[in-house]
Design a protein around this ligand. Structure first.
Ligand SMILES: Cc1cc2nc3c(=O)[nH]c(=O)nc-3n(C[C@H](O)[C@H](O)[C@H](O)COP(=O)(O)OP(=O)(O)OC[C@H]3O[C@@H](n4cnc5c(N)ncnc54)[C@H](O)[C@@H]3O)c2cc1C
Length: 360
């Protein structure tokens, strides 16, 4: 049986473990934190990633999630720019991150061993094997260790890596009674969005332009339309992350016996809500290409061919998403009043046109 070490038990790493297990790999997941899990926030999961999870046999997704209501876009004073109720566009489902993570790890069988509290510091590889911290060996290493990936730094020491987007993000889960479908509100250099979760609580996120490391809190939204201040006040905990993405061009997702996956390979700004979905799709693609070369994986050439095919499928697709997320981030976070007025006008007209087309 082929053996794999997965570094990192975020959504990408645990999905990779399930996908490899389904293809008869023996998998060891190494996670530096003492416990597996995900942060207290929601996440949008788009249909393509839902399809992958279902095909991998992850159960319970439908019961734990709720389709996002396409409610549209408002201005900070509450006026609608565009209502998206009738657009007929593809919408994601919303789910609590911890629940999604639990549903995926619930699929771990005897072929998956998890080692929490294990910090990967060194990686070495030769034509036959890959070695972690001089002690753990496997046929394949999957680097799912996030945007600051130690594995990526080892493979590509010259690569510039993460780059600050210029804005920060706040997130929370609010326990408030609301009769509001959610949606996004775009201001000047700030954006706020919220969506209902299956248990009736609301996931919200707010972004604001500021230097990396600044600690101002989501106070900027205090004067925005109802229910935004109520959502923030109704949250037990507010998460705060400066937003980085990876420098383009992305590095190759495969080198020797090592594959990069998820944020380690293609961290993107969260504006499209696709980073974790892409990690899920990476996991599926990686396992699929390894599966199609199953007969020749014993040789370094067979493995290299599978990993090259994985890179060829996923790097161009995720490069596009990194670019699109960055572009949308620039539009969403602009502070120029003229550009904001133009932007909102274009969204309003665009929304009407799409809506009219949808009714034909
Ligand atoms: C504000 C915000 C909102 C977002 N919203 C969405 C959304 O709605 N939909 C969506 O699809 N995506 C969204 N994303 C993106 C998504 O969160 C990420 O793309 C996704 O979580 C990346 O998963 P990952 O498994 O690749 O990496 P991570 O989640 O970063 O996991 C990496 C894991 O590796 C471990 N690790 C790191 N180094 C080591 C080491 N040396 N040894 C052992 N373990 C190690 C870490 O502890 C961690 O558990 C959002 C991101 C942000 C910031």
């Amino acid at each position: 049986m082929s053996t794999a070490i997965v570094v990192g038990a975020g959504i990408g790493g645990v999905t990779a473990a399930v996908a490899l297990q389904r293809r008869d790999w023996q998998v060891t997941v190494l996670e530096r934190t003492p416990e597996l899990g995900e942060v207290g926030a929601g996440i949008s999961v788009w249909p393509s990633a839902v399809a992958v999870l279902e095909q991998l046999g992850v159960e319970g997704l439908e019961k734990a999630s709720i389709p996002a209501q396409p409610a549209g876009m408002r201005k900070p004073d509450g006026r609608w720019v565009v209502k998206a109720a009738d657009l007929g566009v593809e919408i994601p489902v919303m789910i609590h991150r911890a629940q999604l993570h639990d549903l995926i790890t619930a699929e771990f069988g005897p072929a998956v061993t998890v080692r929490p509290g294990y910090d990967v510091r060194t990686i070495e590889q030769d034509t036959k094997t890959v070695t972690v911290n001089g002690e753990l060996r496997a046929d394949l290493l999957v680097a799912a260790d996030g945007i600051r990936s130690v594995v990526r730094k080892t493979l590509y020491p010259q690569y510039a890596g993460p780059r600050y987007s210029g804005f920060t993000a706040y997130r929370g889960i609010a326990d408030v009674d609301l009769d509001d479908g959610g949606g996004e509100t775009w201001g000047r250099g700030q954006l706020f969005g919220f969506a209902r979760l299956i248990d009736g609580r609301f996931y919200w996120y707010g972004t604001a332009n500021q230097p990396a490391g600044a600690q101002s809190g989501p106070t900027v939204f205090a004067s925005w339309h109802d229910p935004i201040p109520r959502l923030i006040a109704g949250s037990e905990k507010v998460l705060h992350n400066d937003i980085y993405d990876l420098t383009l061009p992305l590095v190759p997702f495969a080198q020797g016996r090592i594959a990069l996956l998820g944020d380690a390979a293609h961290a993107m700004a969260p504006n499209l809500g696709r980073g974790a979905c892409s990690a899920i799709e990476d996991a599926d693609a990686l396992a699929r290409h390894l599966g199609s070369m199953a007969g020749s994986l014993g040789s370094a050439d067979g493995l290299a061919a599978a990993l090259t095919a994985y890179d060829a499928e996923r790097r161009p697709a995720t490069t596009k998403l990194v670019k699109r997320s960055r572009g949308l981030g620039r539009v969403a976070q602009t502070e120029n009043p003229v550009v904001c007025t133009l932007r909102d006008g274009l969204f309003a007209v665009g929304g009407k046109l799409v809506s009219l087309r949808g009714r034909k």
